[in-house]
Design a binder for this molecule. Structure first.
Ligand SMILES: Nc1ncnc2c1ncn2[C@@H]1O[C@H](COP(=O)(O)OP(=O)(O)OP(=O)(O)O)[C@@H](O)[C@H]1O
Length: 77
C-alpha cells in the first residue's frame, strides 16, 4: 500500500500579513465557535500610539495537542 500526497498547500502571501504582539490582542471569554483544530474567540485588536484604537476581531486559538499534519491530504492506492 502507498500513501501518495495529493496536494501541496501553496505558500501564503506574506505581504498582507501584519505581525502583532500578544499584548495587542485582548481575548474575550466568549467562544464564538470551535473547529477540529482550534477554538475561535471574540477579541479586540489594540492599535494606535496610545493603544486607543480597538477593533473587534476573531482569534483562532489552536488546540495545544492539535496534530496539523492531518491537514495534508493523502489518498490510498
Ligand atoms: N470571524 C468569525 N466570526 C464569528 N465566528 C467565527 C469566525 N470564524 C470562525 N467562527 C466560528 O468558529 C467556528 C470554527 O471556525 P474555524 O475557522 O476554526 O472552522 P474550521 O475551519 O472548520 O476549523 P478547523 O480547521 O479547526 O477544523 C465556526 O464554525 C464559527 O462558528
Amino acid at each position: 500500500m502507498y500513501l501518495k500526497k495529493l496536494t501541496t498547500p501553496s505558500a501564503p502571501n506574506l505581504n498582507n500579513i501584519r505581525l502583532i504582539t500578544l499584548n495587542q490582542l485582548k481575548i474575550d471569554k466568549k467562544k464564538l465557535g470551535e473547529g477540529e483544530f482550534a477554538a475561535v474567540y471574540a477579541a479586540k485588536l489594540i492599535l494606535g500610539e496610545n493603544s486607543d484604537k480597538k477593533f473587534p476581531v476573531a482569534a483562532k486559538l489552536i488546540h495545544p495537542a492539535a496534530d496539523l499534519s492531518h491537514s495534508i491530504e493523502y489518498v490510498r492506492f
